[in-house]
Design a protein around this ligand. Structure first.
Ligand code: GAL
Length: 424
């Protein structure tokens, strides 16, 4: 390698320092956790749309799927006075950020573009703080899905499960055929995601809302909690030892390669399969998790904007408007596998699972059965979410009994402050 001439080296160093202090007007620093192949496709869609505006996208990817792992890095950066222009955020974390006074108020853009009219109420609830828009939603993922290897499913002569009993029959058939019946990864949010599907299936939407969103269960709900943990114990028997090692998308790979039959996961699995060129109805299927049909457990990815980033209002406005635009939301969500965060994006171009996601979002929005996902922090603030993570993981890993798990959940519900203000 030839040595770099001193003058060039100096200029490079100088420019780096200069751009760190005063980013050029077109620079857009974004922090996110989209690192899997499907998620990379989604990020590239955002980059493409910003490029078209003449904006220069600089990304910082920190894995963590919205958990503390990601939030802590962002917190440190904000505390050190170097926030990104925008960061990915989900659920109640958005309110925490707004409460800290760090976020840009987006009311003017929202009003001009009538966000109140086109964004489902359940998402608005999470994008607003004290009735002001503080986040730009980019999708409407839901967690209550089963992802299926189509070839194996057909080979075993199986049909879409309607109820819990149907699911158990399918799991038994897969086990006898030597497949991993249902595959999961190692993170607590994944365990909690499985739990929330079993919970809404066992107790129904009103139980879920009372117990896990309003944190206000009635006496009968404790019986239902017992049933839920019994069902989780039953599911444990169909999981494989590899679950302690793998990430959610490595679990998805086992479905893709036909080693496992089912994965209970969010609609980002649709994006993952699409990134590998797989087609629903041909290579994979997407079913609503049994007994949760008619409900959408929501996880909406959003972007928050930091006041303390030296962007001109015009540049920031261009980014916000790009993220909320119908065109970006169409292309982005064809890639992510989710429904768009607005109800007026045409279905054309979405695959079968994407179209189903859009139809379900519109129907559940009308019926008010869109409810926040516990696992993804759309149901509760982080302390409640993290406390539930711990119990649910301890239980799934066989470290505590059903009765102990119920007792610990009861304690969390009793000790956590009930939510105030607008309600999901
Ligand atoms: C979620 C995120 C999804 C998906 C998932 C897995 O938190 O909202 O878009 O990326 O994590 O990483």
């Amino acid at each position: 390698m030839r040595p770099i001439p001193l003058l060039i080296l100096f200029t490079l160093l100088y420019c780096n320092v200069a751009s760190a202090n005063h980013p050029p007007e077109t620079r857009v620093d974004v922090m996110h956790w989209w690192v899997s192949p499907g998620e990379r496709n989604s990020i590239n869609t955002i980059r493409h749309y910003l490029d078209e505006q003449g904006l220069v996208f600089h990304e910082q990817a920190v894995s963590g799927s919205g958990t503390d792992r990601f939030t802590n890095v962002l917190r440190q950066q904000v505390a050190s006075g170097k926030p990104p222009m925008a960061a990915q955020a989900i659920g109640y974390d958005i309110r925490d950020w707004a409460r800290s006074g760090e976020l840009v108020n987006l009311d003017d853009i929202a009003e001009e573009q009538q966000w109140d009219e086109v964004i489902p109420f359940a998402i608005q609830h999470l994008s607003k703080y004290q009735n002001h828009w503080v986040a730009t939603p980019i999708n409407a993922h839901s967690t209550n899905w089963l992802w299926v290897n189509h070839e194996q499913f057909t080979r075993l002569g199986l049909t879409e499960p309607d109820t819990w009993a149907d699911l158990i029959t399918i799991l038994d058939t897969a086990k006898s055929a030597g497949l991993i019946p249902i595959v999961i990864g190692h993170e607590a949010w994944e365990h909690t995601l499985l739990f929330e599907l079993v919970a809404v299936g066992a107790g129904g939407p009103e139980f879920y809302r009372r117990t896990f969103i309003h944190l206000n269960p009635n006496a009968g709900d404790i019986e239902i909690l017992h049933r839920i943990f019994e069902r989780m114990s039953l599911l444990r028997k169909y999981l494989d030892p590899g679950m302690g090692e793998r990430s959610w998308n490595e679990a998805t790979d086992l479905i893709r390669t036909g080693k496992a039959l089912l994965q209970a996961q969010g609609s980002w699995v649709n994006g993952e399969f699409s990134a590998h060129g797989l087609v629903p109805g041909q290579d994979f299927d997407c079913f609503r998790f049994p007994d949760t049909q008619g409900v959408m457990l929501l996880n909406s990815d959003q972007y928050i904007f930091f006041k303390n980033y030296p962007a001109t209002p015009e540049t920031r406005e261009a980014v916000v408007k790009t993220l909320i635009s119908i065109d970006l939301q169409r292309d982005l969500n064809i890639a992510t596998g989710a429904a768009p965060a607005r109800v007026d994006v045409p279905r054309a171009g979405f695959n079968q699972c994407g179209r189903k996601a859009i139809n379900d979002m519109r129907a559940t929005n009308m019926r008010r059965t869109i409810m926040g996902s516990i696992a993804m922090g759309n149901a509760n603030p982080a302390p409640v979410k993290n406390a539930l993570y711990e119990v649910i993981s301890d239980h799934l890993m066989g470290r505590i009994t059903n009765a102990q798990a119920v007792e610990r959940v009861e304690l969390i519900l009793a000790e956590s402050p009930r939510p105030t203000g607008t309600r999901q």
